[in-house]
Structure formats: C-alpha cells, structure tokens
Design a protein around this ligand. Structure first.
Ligand SMILES: NC(=O)c1ccc(NCc2ccccc2N2CCOCC2)nc1
Length: 246
C-alpha cells in the first residue's frame, strides 16, 4: 500500500510511523510512505501557502493553488489511482470498519490542514473523503494522518505477528478487549486470575469472552446498541455482571 502525505510538516507523520509495527511494515515494504510539502509548489520568494480568510475574522486559510499543484505532482508520481482523504474536525468519525476499508485500498493521499483549514474550493475539487479521528481540535492534521497511517499499516498482510492478529480479531467483532496478564503470578498489585493458568483453553476462551462482554456493557454500552447478543453471550454477560455484584 502506498500513502502520500501532503503537509507543511511532512516529517511529523514520517517520525510517528518510523517505529514498532508501522516501522516494520515500512521496512518490509508492506507500506510505502511519501511526504509532500505544498510550500515547494508555492509562488514568490516567501512561497506563500496561506492567506487571510475572506469575510474577516481571525486566522489564515491554506491557499488553493499550491495544494492543487502539489496534488498534481502526487498523482503524477505513480499511476495507481488515488483516494484523497482530508483530516478535519468536520469529517465523518473514523471507526475500525472504515479503517479496514481504507487498508484494502492500493493508495491513499492524506491531506493535512493547518491554520484554520483549507480553501473550500480545493476540498470540493480534490477531496474524496473528509475524516475526523475524534471530536477534538488539533493544531494540524498531521497527528490525525499519523493515526490513519498506523491503523491501516497494522492491517497490511504480514505486519502483525500471529498473537497480534489474534488480538486484532477479538476487538474486530465490535467488543472491547479482555484484560491481559503476564508474570509474575503473585504481585503486590494482585494475582493473575486462576483460569488463565489452568491450561483449560475452553474455560480461558469463555472467561475472555465474558470479560469482553462485561467491559463493553459497562464502559461502551453504545457498542452493544442495535446488536442482538447470542443466547450464549447474553448468559455469559448476565453471569459476569452478577459476579461483579457479589
Ligand atoms: N479531529 C480531527 O481529526 C482533527 C483533524 C485536524 C485538526 N486540525 C487541523 C485542521 C484541519 C482542517 C480544518 C481545520 C483544522 N484546524 C486547524 C487548527 O485550528 C483548528 C482547526 N484537528 C482535529
């Protein structure tokens, strides 16, 4: 998968994805990341990329023309058709389902706004999809772009080792993940639950599913809205909630 990032600070996204799973995906050629700076396509010796907003009011707006030229160069760099995503607080909320769809695309262009954002004419003419990573405001779209790069990189075939992909699946079915434990068994902070050391894989799977259901019910009931739980899951959840009351 190829991702082109258009940003006044392209190195910010590069640095956020240089380590761990994303770094390994890049080393393995599962993901190619290219940074582009619209300032290189701006006019004049100040290479202006922004200007005052029409209608008055505070803040500056990123100009159409440097971005148009930059995006033309991005398209020209590779024959693969692009899907242009603009990261902004006005975008549709990014969820794992959309991450999976983006991860399946051959090529993405991530457009990062700074100042008060980008001239709407560029957005209307060039952007395929406006996405928000959450209802909060960042000083620029770069960190949002890095989130998208991370989320799609780990879904590339070969990016995760087996355990990782297993963990991935458990979250995938729309529930929160269960708690995890490692050594030592006994610690001042508590003891590892007996069932996880029993070697009884059916009981372990049951316990993990029950924990995931109870956690989702208590922390993110919205994830269970409009979802028919199977009889087994309903029983597990009820039993798990009762156990909490004791
Ligand atoms: N939730 C998100 O995905 C998200 C994404 C970007 C972002 N900021 C860059 C930005 C991009 C587009 C428009 C405005 C802005 N902003 C620039 C700074 O001022 C506020 C508005 N913030 C949050």
């Amino acid at each position: 998968m190829r991702i082109d990032v258009v940003s006044l600070f392209p190195e910010e996204v590069d640095r956020c994805t240089a380590f761990g799973v994303t770094g390994r995906a890049r080393e393995r050629g599962l993901l190619q990341l290219h940074g582009w700076n619209p300032r290189e396509y701006a006019d004049g010796n100040y290479r202006k990329t922004d200007d005052r907003t029409f209608g008055g009011g505070p803040g500056m707006v990123m100009l159409v023309e440097p971005l148009r030229r930059c995006l033309a160069a991005v398209r020209q760099a590779d024959p693969t058709p692009v899907h242009v995503v603009y990261l902004s607080p006005q975008g549709r909320r990014l969820e794992q389902k959309r991450v999976r769809e983006l991860a399946a695309m051959p090529r993405l262009v991530l457009l990062c706004g700074r100042y008060e954002g980008i001239d709407e004419r560029l957005v209307q003419a060039e952007v395929d999809e406006e996405l928000s990573i959450g209802d909060y405001v960042l000083s620029g779209g770069e960190l949002a772009a890095a989130v998208v790069v991370d989320a799609v990189a780990r879904l590339q075939d070969g990016a995760l080792n087996d355990a990782g992909s297993a963990a991935q699946d458990s979250f995938e079915d729309g529930l929160l993940d269960c708690p995890h434990y490692s050594h030592p068994v006994e610690h001042a902070y508590g003891t590892v639950p007996e069932v996880l050391r029993s070697g009884n894989h059916a009981a372990i799977a049951r316990w993990r599913r029950q924990q995931a259901l109870v956690r989702t019910w208590l922390r993110r009931p919205d994830l269970l809205q409009g979802r028919e739980l199977s009889k087994v899951d309903r029983k597990l959840l009820e039993e798990g909630l009762r156990a909490l009351e004791q």
